[in-house]
Ligand binder design. Structure first.
Ligand SMILES: Cc1cc2nc3c(=O)[nH]c(=O)nc-3n(C[C@H](O)[C@H](O)[C@H](O)COP(=O)(O)OP(=O)(O)OC[C@H]3O[C@@H](n4cnc5c(N)ncnc54)[C@H](O)[C@@H]3O)c2cc1C
Length: 450
């Protein structure tokens, strides 16, 4: 089999890789750049999960793999150091924010300005929240929506094709060290490369771990966030959402820190499938022609495990237990939750559920850490909004956000293997579109200007 040679090979064609390649090619006019992804080109990524039907993809699921990676989503870019990753800890607060501004400029160059950027900052809210034991986190946001996000990535693809050679539907299986670079072994042959940039996100975590392990390099700590998705009356948070479309609130106690995630005023709850688990996920009101009368968000509590396997095992134990080998999600009214009793029916419930879930006693199925955090948070929230949260509020069990185990990388994302760089979520440093993209720009400049 013929071996093809490149100067840089990018493994994964997700968000971080796209911003890396785009920046690199602007700064370096000569290098031969190659990008490999296990999934398909963007316009061929079709999965029946998009229509809320069962996935029938052959091989990897097109919803999650292929050009744009998990960027083929609602495309909500939060420009902040407060959440979405710890890029600022690696490169400094100011630089991280500046790179996120550059992410936004690039998005706008490709049509992103069709959606207004907004800020969730609110001085009055921050002060009042603090009085009630909460911290109001804020961010600049550009929320593209699925269609525009897809259009932007497609246009970036057309530009990149002039310089980058793409190989889709190809899995990088192994990497071998050569005297002057590396050899990538794929199911479609061998490729040689001077440098390798890996942006395989969450979906490539097992592969990455095994590949680095073959060089004797192992990851450590892994974070896992789990928590209830809450669906409440659409107007209950009106007093704190007057000037902003959404807010992000944090509660910190001795034994946990919990933060609201993905708040969707007038949105719906949909099913999310990851790692063989089924979870309640938020869908923005813009995704449907008729908005709902409710507001939903998840209250996530992060926990840290000594390995990726331990983190996944915990999620499988808790969420897999709720799923019961099928796609069961449990829903409970807040009043029933507070009284430790099962919810029997929702037929007369004032908050109409936007997701078909099974009534039950979620409280008895979920570890005390998450139920306790939710109760304390809702108490504090009642103080902040100055009224009781309606007893018909619905609590869905259980949402999760998975993180990469952390492999060591230096301030330029170079791993312990010289010439191999890890960007985006697979670095364990970023957990969001904006920070993954920013990490790509950072490395694109570093290598492109070398
Ligand atoms: C359902 C969902 C919704 C989200 N919504 C948002 C949001 O609105 N806002 C936000 O900020 N964040 C969101 N996130 C998180 C965000 O999508 C990620 O942080 C971001 O996409 C990470 O970018 P990345 O480049 O690291 O990886 P990805 O975008 O995941 O790309 C990784 C790519 O690598 C490829 N790959 C993996 N292994 C291999 C291999 N061995 N060989 C070849 N190719 C491989 C995959 O096919 C994929 O295309 C969401 C996450 C999920 C799961």
């Amino acid at each position: 089999m013929e071996t093809i040679q490149h100067d840089i090979t990018i493994v994964g064609a997700g968000v971080s890789s796209i911003f890396f390649a785009y920046t690199f090619m602007k700064n370096n006019k000569d290098a031969r750049i190659h990008m490999i992804d296990i999934g398909k080109e963007l316009d061929q990524r079709k999965c029946s999960l998009d229509n809320e039907e069962r996935c029938e993809c052959r091989g990897v699921c097109s919803k999650y793999a292929g050009f744009a990676g998990l960027g083929k989503s609602e495309g909500k870019f939060n420009y902040t150091n407060d959440f979405g990753g710890e890029l600022h800890r690696k490169i400094g607060e100011e630089k991280a924010l500046r790179l996120m501004e550059e992410v936004d400029e690039i998005l706008c160059r490709f049509g992103g300005s069709a959606r207004e950027k907004y800020s969730t900052q609110n001085e009055f809210l921050s002060t009042t929240a603090e009085i009630h034991g909460l911290n109001a986190l804020s961010s600049e946001v550009r929320h593209l929506g699925t269609d525009l996000a897809q259009k932007i990535f497609q246009e970036m693809y057309e530009v990149m094709r002039e310089r980058v050679s793409f190989t889709f539907e190809t899995k990088v299986e192994a990497v071998r060290k050569l005297d002057d670079g590396y050899e990538l072994h794929t199911n479609r042959g061998y490729f040689q490369s001077g440098l390798i940039v890996i942006g395989t996100g969450m979906s490539g975590s097992v592969w990455l771990k095994n590949m680095m392990g073959s060089f004797g390099i192992h990851p450590g700590e892994t974070r896992l966030d789990m928590g209830y998705r809450v669906e409440m009356k659409g107007d209950q948070l009106q007093s704190i959402l007057q000037d902003t479309f959404e807010t992000k609130l944090k509660i910190e106690r001795n034994d946990y820190v919990a933060t609201t995630y993905c708040m969707n005023p007038r949105g719906r709850i949909i099913r999310k499938y990851q790692h063989g688990l089924v979870m309640p996920d938020g869908q923005n009101a813009l995704e449907k022609e008729t908005p709902s009368a409710n507001l939903n968000f998840t209250l996530f509590v992060p926990q840290y495990f000594s390995s990726y396997e331990e983190a996944i095992a915990e999620a499988v134990n808790v969420i897999g237990g709720i799923n019961g080998g099928e796609d069961r999600i449990v829903v409970q009214r807040l009043e029933d939750f507070r009284r430790h009793r099962k919810t029997e029916t929702l037929s007369n419930n004032e908050v109409k559920p936007s997701l078909k879930a099974q009534c039950g006693n979620g409280r008895s199925e979920v570890p005390a850490l998450y139920t306790g955090a939710l109760l304390e948070f809702l108490d504090a929230l009642e103080g902040l909004i100055g009224e009781e949260i309606h007893g018909d509020t619905l609590l869905y069990g259980l949402d999760a956000k998975f993180y990469e185990p952390k492999l060591y990388t230096d301030e330029n994302f170079e791993s312990e293997l010289p010439g191999i760089y890890l960007i985006g979520d697979c670095s364990g440093v970023t957990h969001s579109l904006s920070q993954a993209a920013a990490s790509g720009i950072h490395l694109g400049k570093h290598l492109g200007l070398k």
